[in-house]
Design a protein around this ligand. Structure first.
Ligand code: BV8
Length: 230
């Protein structure tokens, strides 16, 4: 086996204390998606949106990677072939765990973006509506997050990786959100074996060859050891 492609969602960061989206009391229970994770919501009430991401940036700064993140970093470091990690998460726990090659398809809390000139720069811990862009100086800074209705990042690269995957693993995602939820179908179409790690089967669980039920901190370390021994 030469190439493993991994997709992670909010579930892998749950045991680090970061809220998932759809569990009760999760992020979306406190906010409506359309109010805090859409361009329309940002246009309507930029302060609500900027503060939603300031709160998550502060929480993420205090969070530590867990055994699930660390297992994936170990796999990348020790697997003889290629490991590509695609995350839907906007936290930096995979990097904190030591993963080198991370594709942030939905952007990242640590990034800021100019809505006018597309410049990107490291986000301050606290952003405010109307922050100036360091390049064009217009008051058009926004969190560098992919909102609903916006095109996720690096999709061409992601589909190239899926085309070449021998194994596709999806971890801690509910399969609600596209295009990420469609990656398993693409990986299968291209001949990859597929495995899902979750507390319960996701909405696309039936498309996986194998499902490992349990918390990622318990299911990932033995799986990585299994792969490294094979
Ligand atoms: C696009 C950044 C097109 C923000 C996110 C109908 C109307 C309108 C739109 C659509 C529609 N139908 C489809 C769409 C498209 C839409 C979509 O899919 N909507 C859904 C809701 C129906 N998608 C988009 O808009 C995407 N863009 O389609 O663009 C386009 C085409 C051309 C040109 C321009 C545009 C963009 C989607 C990206 C949105 N941004 N994130 C932020 O983070 O604030 S999505 C957000 O929710 C997260 O990033 C994450 O990706 C996503 C899903 O969440 P999950 O990660 O799955 O988390 P969830 O809580 O749902 O599940 C957690 C799972 O973990 C559970 O299964 C749980 O059991 C498990 N778990 C919990 N604990 C553990 C665990 N597992 C293991 N161990 C544990 N300990």
């Amino acid at each position: 086996m030469q190439k493993i492609v991994i997709l992670t969602g909010a579930g892998i960061s749950a045991e680090s204390g970061l809220g998932t989206f759809r569990a009760e009391g999760g992020l979306w229970a406190q906010h409506k998606i359309e109010d805090v994770a859409t361009p329309e919501g940002f246009a309507r009430n930029p302060k609500l949106v900027v503060d939603f991401y300031n709160a998550r940036r502060a929480q993420t700064a205090e969070a530590d990677p867990n055994a699930g993140h660390l297992a994936l970093a170990k796999l990348e470091a020790e697997f003889a072939g290629e490991v590509v990690l695609i995350t839907q998460n906007v936290d930096d726990l995979h990097e904190k765990a030591g993963s080198q090659k991370v594709i942030y398809m939905h952007g990242a809390l640590k990034g800021a973006l100019c809505a006018a000139c597309d410049t990107r720069w490291p986000a301050p811990m606290v952003m405010a509506p109307g922050d100036a862009c360091p390049n064009c100086d217009r008051p058009t800074a926004r969190p560098d997050i992919v909102w609903f209705g916006e095109m996720p990042y690096d999709m061409d690269e992601i589909f190239d990786h899926l085309a070449g995957a021998d194994l596709f693993a999806s971890i801690g995602t509910s399969g609600n959100v596209y295009p990420a939820a469609g990656f398993v179908a693409e990986a299968r179409r291209c001949g990859a074996d597929t495995v899902e790690f979750n507390l319960e089967p996701s909405l696309v669980g039936s498309q996986f060859d194998d499902i490992r039920i349990g918390p990622a901190t318990e299911t990932l370390p033995p799986w990585v050891d299994e792969i490294l021994k094979s």
